[in-house]
Design a protein around this ligand. Structure first.
Ligand code: ADP
Ligand code: MG
Length: 591
């Protein structure tokens, strides 16, 4: 037989396998989900490449996954007709943890341990290929890449620190293309090799795989066969049966045989009628597709027709993983006519400030070989983008109107700053963003209020929306500028997040009411007594000059103010200058 080469696992892999076995012992069946999802990924890759290289399909046209069980010997085999692996890819993929799923698993495990969380939570994450060792003593992967003439066999054992690779020597095992996995189950886990058990697991775990999954099942049909009449029975036949005597006697028997049975529903969830999909199904799809463990806060499933045709399901996550600066989130999965194209195009389909929205988008109008350049030039994409953004806003508005107040609090906590960034970056959507904003105010320091609530609470004589920016609620509350407004019972927004003021300044107005910074020098509350002000100004002109001389360049001007009640003096920003808060912001370079 050809030589068999031995390789050591990367150190992290051994550690990972240990962790998997110890944290998932009560959740062993996830191995099937992981291996099926790898098969599905491999089929996705092949389907994508075959768009430009159709000859890749020539040796096996069907793209599917087949799972066979041998319950007597405790063996499961999983075969796919996907992209397979070359020898080098085998060494890299099944010997290191450079790939996504497992890295995420390690991170989640660390986080959940720090939070003291139930380790069952980990079962929700993609833990990858090595989960095969949860139930197997020995795993054999025989795989053929279209890039290689030869088929290679990877073999590893539970608990071992090395694996081997050799060329496939058994002609009966040669594949046209793809991967054939054999799991030799541990003594106590042989029960997984029952056909009904596998069928149930596939139904449970793989409902969103878009390739057919066949399982090898025993079937039966009843048929009638002729039988010789029992002579004892024949003797008892009376006169009335004498006619029947001439007929042949038959008996029903069940004929048994084995065959492949389609076990999953292959229609992608977004192609189904939204009326027929339950919230649980959306949530499940979301969690599986995006490796999330919490249900989304909201989802939106829609189809657009006419000028541009596409289907989409969007989700608002319940937690934030990415930072605002991260544009490459892989949050939007783009399909063209059901073929998965890429999750690298979020930036083309959504503005940066909505990068937290997750979802799938399936277009019938884009070419299958779509690239970033095509997307950026495309009129179709511009229209899609517009609709997606609108749907995202509808969804967020829906959360804000929901009876469950906590949901929007959660949303705002996680994504409020994204929307504030939207005020800066997307002037065309100000109308949609503004009602979603939340602020503290002089009359609501505990609970955030919306601009609608503010406007409703305005005094009849009040024309503008007042705000003050400060670094904390305490300093906002103690600002001397506030005195006169409180006296008049005007509500003042307390902008305590550095992004608040930037957002408000970009909005400029809400419902035709201007935002007015109460710390700016020309604050007009509509109650000026010009005569009296002039008198006082004259009276104290010399005092002002004297103070200005003493302070020199430290101030631009010294003026008499009509804005104060109990404080003797106040430092204000010039009408055209930065507010104190903006200066702080620019210094800290948050933007
Ligand atoms: P992930 O799927 O997150 O990348 P896994 O540990 O599940 O991590 O798989 C590791 C890698 O092994 C995959 O990225 C892929 O390159 C390769 N692989 C696993 N199973 C298959 C398969 N059935 N066909 C082709 N490649 C596979
Ligand atoms: Mg995987």
């Amino acid at each position: 037989s050809p030589p068999c080469e031995k390789f050591e696992y990367q150190a992290e892999v051994s550690r990972l396998m240990d962790l998997i076995v110890h944290s998932l012992y009560s959740n062993k069946e996830v191995f099937l989900r992981e291996l099926v999802s790898n098969a599905s990924d491999a089929l996705d890759k092949l389907r994508f490449l075959s768009v430009t290289e159709p000859e890749l399909l020539k040796d096996a046209v069907d793209l599917d996954i087949r799972i066979q069980t041998d319950k007597d010997n405790g063996i499961i085999t999983i075969t796919d007709t996907g992209i397979g692996m070359t020898r080098q890819e085998l060494v890299d993929s099944l010997g290191t943890i450079a790939h996504s799923g497992t890295a995420k698993f390690l991170k989640a495990l660390k986080e959940s341990q720090e939070a003291g969380a139930d380790s069952n939570l980990i079962g929700q994450f993609g833990v990858g290929f090595y989960s095969a060792f949860l139930v197997s003593d020995r795993v054999v992967v025989s795989t053929k890449s279209p890039k290689s003439d030869k088929q290679y066999v990877w073999e590893g054992e539970a608990g071992a620190s090395s694996f081997t690779i050799r060329e496939e020597a058994d002609p009966a095992k040669l594949l046209p293309r793809g991967t054939h996995l054999t799991l030799y189950l541990k003594h106590d886990d042989k029960g997984f090799a029952h056909p009904e058990r596998i069928q149930k697991l596939v139904k449970n775990y793989s409902q969103f795989v878009s390739f057919p999954i066949y399982t090898w099942q025993e079937k039966g049909f009843t048929k009638e066969i002729e039988v010789d009449e029992d002579p004892a029975e024949a003797n008892k036949v009376g006169e009335e049966d004498s006619k029947a005597e001439k007929k042949k006697k038959t008996k029903k028997v069940v004929e048994r045989y084995w065959d492949w049975e389609l076990t999953n529903e292959t229609q992608p969830i977004w192609l189904r009628n939204p009326k027929d999909v339950t919230t649980e199904e959306y949530n499940e799809f979301y969690k599986r597709t995006f490796d999330e463990y919490l249900d989304p806060l909201a989802s939106s499933h829609f189809t657009t027709e006419g000028e541009v045709e596409f289907r989409s399901i969007l989700f608002v996550p319940a937690t934030r993983k990415e930072d605002i600066v991260n544009t490459k989130t892989k949050n939007i999965r783009l399909y063209v006519k059901r073929v998965f194209i890429s999750d690298d195009f979020d930036g083309e389909l959504f503005p940066r400030y909505l990068s937290f929205v997750k979802g799938v988008v399936d277009s019938n109008d884009l070419p299958l070989n779509v690239s970033r350049e095509i997307l950026q030039e495309s009129r179709i994409v511009r229209i899609m983008r517009k609709r997606l953004v609108r749907k995202a806003f509808d969804m967020i508005l829906g959360i804000s109107l929901s009876e469950n107040k906590e949901d929007y609090e959660k949303f705002w906590d996680n994504f409020g700053k994204f929307l504030k960034l939207g005020c800066v970056e997307d002037h065309l959507n100000h109308k949609r963003i503004a009602p979603l904003l939340r602020f503290f105010s002089s009359q609501s320091e505990e609970e955030l209020i919306s601009l609608d609530e503010y406007v409703e609470n305005m005094k009849p004589e009040q024309k503008d929306i007042y705000y003050i920016a400060a670094d904390s609620l305490t300093s906002a509350r103690n600002a001397p500028f506030l005195e006169r407004l409180l006296e008049k019972d005007f509500e003042v927004l307390f902008l305590v997040d550095p992004m608040d003021e930037v957002a408000i300044q970009n909005l400029k107005s809400y419902k035709e009411k201007n935002f007015v910074d109460i710390s700016k020098e020309d604050l007009d509350l509509g109650d000026k007594n010009e005569e009296k002000e002039k008198e006082i100004k004259q009276e104290f002109a010399q005092t002002c000059d004297w103070i200005k001389k003493r302070l020199g360049d430290k101030v631009a001007r010294v003026d008499i103010s009509s804005r104060l009640r109990s404080s003797p003096c106040v430092l204000v920003s010039g009408k055209f200058g930065w507010s104190a808060n903006m200066e702080r912001l620019m210094r800290s370079q948050t933007l």
